[in-house]
Design a binder for this molecule. Structure first.
Ligand SMILES: [Zn+2]
Ligand SMILES: [Zn+2]
Length: 216
């Protein structure tokens, strides 16, 4: 059973137990599991909240409403709270690769840099900071300008167990007062094992006080 737990342990160390993951893929795109298989897995392990943040494009190859119905149906059958979301890449024009219609239907929008498509890395991230996403997916870049716009626009940065993120970058985000979203970027049930790795990182860098939770 995993519980959220913040506090000071016997030896004075801050303890963190994560029970949420705001970045999951399913077999609607490149994940291995159905929404229901993920929900059952979460219930068995006491994971309290997840977001299904499926890959999208402006022209979708699957029926997004079916995915939303799946989430709604599964929410009634399992204890884990399942939020709806998307992961969309930033396009050279500065917008996210997603229809306006879908953006309005979901709880969480992850904006990611997936390939530069002719953009400089700096440019891609700085445009992403100004886009209408909720969370910056697996960031691997920082600059003062980028961080300042994240603060101004109230964006959350993702702590990713899948992508290499430097301590220097994460500490710059921390010092700017940004909040961190826990994103395992899970494509398989096995990816949920990365909670431990994440907890160690949070303790090591002292991010406990800056973990973001979804609140409607
Ligand atoms: Zn991604
Ligand atoms: Zn992803």
């Amino acid at each position: 059973m995993r519980l959220q737990l913040y506090g000071t342990g016997k030896n004075g160390l801050q303890m963190v137990k994560l029970a949420w993951n705001y970045h999951c893929h399913t077999n609607y795109t490149d994940g291995s599991n159905t929404v229901e298989q993920i929900a059952k897995y979460c219930d068995d392990r006491g994971i309290e909240e997840i977001a299904i943040t499926e890959h999208v494009r402006k022209n979708l190859s699957y029926n997004f409403d079916n995915l939303l119905l799946d989430i709604e149906r599964t929410n009634k059958l399992y204890k884990v709270q399942i939020l709806s979301g998307i992961e969309a890449k930033i396009l050279p024009a500065g917008s996210l690769d997603c229809s306006e219609e879908i953006k309005k239907k979901v709880d969480i929008i992850i904006g990611s840099v997936h390939g530069l498509n002719g953009m400089a890395e700096r440019e891609a991230y700085e445009m992403l900071a100004e886009s209408d996403c909720t969370i910056i997916g697996h960031p691997q870049f920082f600059s003062n300008k980028f961080i300042n716009s994240l603060v101004t626009t109230g964006k959350v940065v993702e702590l990713s167990s899948r992508y290499e993120q430097s301590d220097e970058m994460l500490l710059a985000f921390k010092d700017a007062g940004l909040l961190f979203s826990i994103g395992l970027d899970s494509h398989t049930l096995g990816d949920f094992n990365d909670f431990g790795k994440m907890e160690d990182l949070i303790k090591r860098l002292g991010l406990q006080e800056q973990l973001w939770r979804y609140a409607p």
